[in-house]
Structure formats: structure tokens, C-alpha cells
Design a protein around this ligand. Structure first.
Ligand SMILES: Nc1nc2c(ncn2[C@@H]2O[C@H](COP(=O)(O)OP(=O)(O)OP(=O)(O)O)[C@@H](O)[C@H]2O)c(=O)[nH]1
Ligand SMILES: [Mg+2]
Length: 422
């Protein structure tokens, strides 16, 4: 009996010992595998750090940027104490008090991606007085000075020569058709103001360039240069990032009016080098036909004006004012719903030389529902872009986009040209 117990104990100990040794072996193997994996991670990350830090450190454009989403002066001063020379330019936002949170979001994005290195002024325009809360919060968010102006009623409100009955009838018509903002009176004031009055505001008199910013937009990439500087050095007068087709219902008689204008002021149009073909070309482009069949020669292409960088002196010119006044006299801003985007786009396409318009193809941008994101993987890395070039919202080479028409009929593709940042 005693022998049997001893034998059982030996068997038990042998089994337990075996299990223990096996588990020791498994743990050792596991550690070894983890070590190998970690080693590989380490090698990979070392490689990435060397490669991309190298790219960033060698960048001649600007010093290495700290890995922080802030433009606090103290934090920045470590690597970035020199503020580059500035152009005579301002960031410009037309906005309502209740849009404060969207305004701050856009400001934060643009400050982080661009303005924290430059401290350009911000100018805010409103048809109603800004609240103290709005001014305090936006001033706190800005790295440059902030200025606020109340738009005079004569620059904003419906002119008294508009036929009120006709206006109400047309408003109802577009509302019933389900046209976006078709029934909105204030939207019409806004579009007319942005077409013909923003550049006449006293507060902008001392500036040469503006960069239009809207609430709730996002800039996806670090700006690789100062776009104002690039515009002045390269004699650009209008810059855009997205181009697409307009809803024809909002501009039924716009093109007829433009043709009448062309007959009335033929000398105003820079016939030789303009971008007339960009706004009238309606052939198949790439694999796409125009998505909207236009009833006129205007193909409905326009630069999306919620992002625009422009030369104020162009808009202040007699030629532009003649163009706007002619259009305005027809009442289409109110009887239809002419947008500032097609109006600006047709004006710059007719009145400027092709090479005075610039497509900023490396500044990623989002305004619902569309975005643009640089296609180049290395450019996205170098500019620390946070965007997906394959995202469904990315419009660049999609049937909704007029960009390919710009490549064909406008100033061509920028990356094929000389370095224009000098
Ligand atoms: N002060 C003021 N600003 C306005 C008014 N209506 C629009 N805006 C501003 O004008 C710009 C264009 O208006 P949005 O409502 O963004 O028009 P949109 O870009 O065509 O359309 P969504 O952005 O899709 O609404 C924005 O900067 C608005 O803040 C208004 O009645 N008063
Ligand atoms: Mg908008």
C-alpha cells in the first residue's frame, strides 16, 4: 500500500514537472517571438524616423514643425522664432453670431496649418452687430489682429428698385422646385454682397489680398508656402481649390446676361488669353460627359468660392465693377438666385489672363459635402495632411468636378510647371 502511494506520488510529480517545463518552454518561445517582432518594429520605426525626419529637416521651405496642434507663441518660439515677412493681406470671414463655433473651428484649422507662422489679420463682416462673445472668442483664437465691421444696409439689403411682387413670386417658385436656399431672402443678400460689395467695405481698403474663410471648413495640410506671397510673386489674381457645376435653376438667365455684357463692353474682355473655353467647353472630358446638361453655352463650371484667395485690386477695378453693375441691373441676384461663385468665376474667366488664375493643388480642404486632398503620398507626408485621397467626398477627379476642364482649358496642371513658390 505504501509502495503504491509512493509510485502514485512519483507519477504525479513527473506529470506536474513535465507541465512546468513545457510551460517554461512556451513562455521562453513566446518571449523570443515578441522580441523578434519588437525588434522588427524598432527597425521599421527607426527607418521611418530617419527617412521622414530627414525629409522634413532638409526641407528648405520652413523649419521643422513641432508636433502640436497649437500656435501658442511660447511653445513655438523654440524652433520658429522668426516671423516671415508678410504680404498686405487679410483673412476674411463673412459670418453670423450664431455661427461662432463653426467660425472658431475654421480659424483653429487655418491658424494651425498656416497663419500661426505669419499672424495675418482677420477681418470679420456681418450685416448685424457682432456680439461681445463673438469678438472675444475669435480674438482669442486669432494669432494676428482682429477687426470687425458692420455692413451698411445699402451694401446688403435688397435694393428698392426690385419689384417686390415679382420677387415674392420667384422666391416661391424656386422654393417649390426644391432648389437649395431657393426660398431664402438672406442667402440672396449674401450672394449679391459677395459678388459686388465685399471689396468695397472700408475695413478692407488698406489690404491688397483677401483669403475667404467660411465657418465649419477644414484645411487638411500644412501650407508649404505663404499663398499671398506666391500670388504676388507670380502675378496671380485669383486662387481656388475646388471647381464644380452650378445648379442651372439658380442662374436661368445669367449666361444670356453675360452675353449681353460681352456685346456691350467688348474691350473689357481680355480676348486673347482668357479662360472662355473653360466655362464653355462641354465635350467629354476624360471618361466623363458634363453631368448637367446646360441650356446655354455656359457649361455651369465655377470655382467653389467658399475658398478663394484673391487680389482686391482686381475686384475694385472699373472693369470688374462694370461687369457686376451690368449683371446687378437685371435683378437676377433676387429674381433668381445667382451665386457669387458663378459670378466671380465667369468674371475671372473673362477678364483675367489664364495664367492669373491659380489652382492650389496641394492645400487639402473640406467644406461639406466636398473635399480635396493632395494625390501624392510623399506630399501628404511632408505636409502632414490628414485626409484620404480616396475618400468619397474627394471631388477632384469625379464626374461632379470641373477640374479636368481647367487642366484642359485653363492654365494647365501646376506640377508640370516651374517652381512657383519663389
Ligand atoms: N452675416 C451674415 N453672413 C451670412 C449670412 N448668410 C450667409 N452668411 C455667410 O456667408 C457665407 C456663405 O454662407 P453659407 O450658409 O455657408 O452658404 P453655402 O456655403 O452656399 O452653403 P452651406 O455652407 O452648405 O450652408 C458663410 O461664411 C456664412 O457664414 C447672413 O445672412 N449674414
Ligand atoms: Mg458654406
Amino acid at each position: 500500500m505504501k509502495d503504491k502511494t509512493i509510485q502514485l506520488a512519483i507519477v504525479l510529480l513527473t506529470v506536474l514537472g513535465g507541465l512546468f517545463i513545457q510551460s517554461l518552454f512556451t513562455t521562453a518561445q513566446h518571449c523570443n517571438n515578441r522580441y523578434k517582432i519588437e525588434n522588427a518594429f524598432f527597425e521599421n520605426s527607426k527607418h521611418a524616423v530617419e527617412k521622414y525626419d530627414g525629409i522634413r529637416r532638409r526641407s528648405l521651405l520652413k523649419p521643422l514643425k513641432l508636433s502640436t496642434n497649437t500656435y501658442d507663441d511660447d511653445v513655438l518660439s523654440a524652433g520658429n522664432s522668426i516671423i516671415p515677412t508678410k504680404e498686405n493681406a487679410t483673412l476674411l470671414m463673412l459670418v453670423r453670431n450664431f455661427e461662432l463655433s463653426g467660425a472658431l473651428k475654421s480659424m483653429r484649422s487655418l491658424e494651425d496649418r498656416f497663419n500661426r507662422d505669419y499672424h495675418y489679420d482677420w477681418v470679420f463682416l456681418n450685416d448685424l452687430p457682432f456680439t461681445q462673445e463673438f469678438m472675444e472668442a475669435t480674438t482669442a483664437m486669432a494669432s494676428g489682429n482682429t477687426h470687425y465691421a458692420l455692413i451698411p444696409s445699402e451694401d446688403w439689403d435688397r435694393p428698392n428698385w426690385i419689384d417686390e411682387q415679382l420677387f415674392e413670386d420667384r422666391l416661391e417658385l424656386l422654393r417649390d422646385r426644391g432648389v437649395l436656399y431657393g426660398g431664402s431672402k438672406s442667402y440672396r443678400n449674401m450672394c449679391r454682397f459677395n459678388s459686388g460689395y465685399f471689396f468695397r467695405q472700408k475695413i478692407l481698403d488698406s489690404y491688397d489680398y483677401y483669403f475667404r474663410v467660411e465657418p465649419d471648413v477644414e484645411y487638411f495640410c500644412d501650407f508649404p508656402y505663404d499663398p499671398f506671397k506666391l500670388m504676388r510673386h507670380n502675378k496671380k489674381k485669383y486662387g481656388f481649390v475646388i471647381s464644380l457645376y452650378e445648379y442651372e435653376d439658380t442662374i436661368t438667365t445669367l449666361w444670356d446676361t453675360v452675353e449681353e455684357y460681352l456685346d456691350t463692353f467688348p474691350d473689357d474682355v481680355a480676348m486673347v488669353n482668357n479662360s472662355y473655353n473653360f466655362i464653355t467647353d462641354s465635350g467629354i472630358i476624360g471618361k466623363f460627359s458634363p453631368i448637367i446638361d446646360s441650356n446655354t453655352d455656359y457649361n455651369l463650371c465655377h470655382f467653389w468660392s467658399n475658398f478663394e484667395i484673391g487680389d482686391l485690386n482686381f475686384f475694385r477695378s472699373d472693369r470688374y465693377k462694370r461687369f457686376f453693375d451690368f449683371l446687378d441691373s437685371k435683378g437676377g441676384f433676387h429674381y433668381e438666385r445667382w451665386g457669387d461663385a458663378p459670378v466671380h468665376s465667369i468674371a475671372v474667366s473673362l477678364l483675367l489672363n489664364r495664367d492669373e488664375i491659380i489652382h492650389f493643388d496641394e492645400l487639402g480642404y473640406f467644406h461639406a459635402p466636398f473635399s480635396t486632398c493632395p494625390t501624392s503620398y510623399y506630399l501628404r507626408l511632408q505636409q502632414r495632411c490628414q485626409c484620404d485621397a480616396q475618400a468619397a467626398s474627394n471631388i477632384d477627379i469625379s464626374p461632379n468636378s470641373c477640374l479636368m476642364r481647367w487642366w484642359k482649358n485653363g492654365d494647365g496642371k501646376r506640377f508640370l510647371k516651374d517652381n512657383q513658390t519663389n
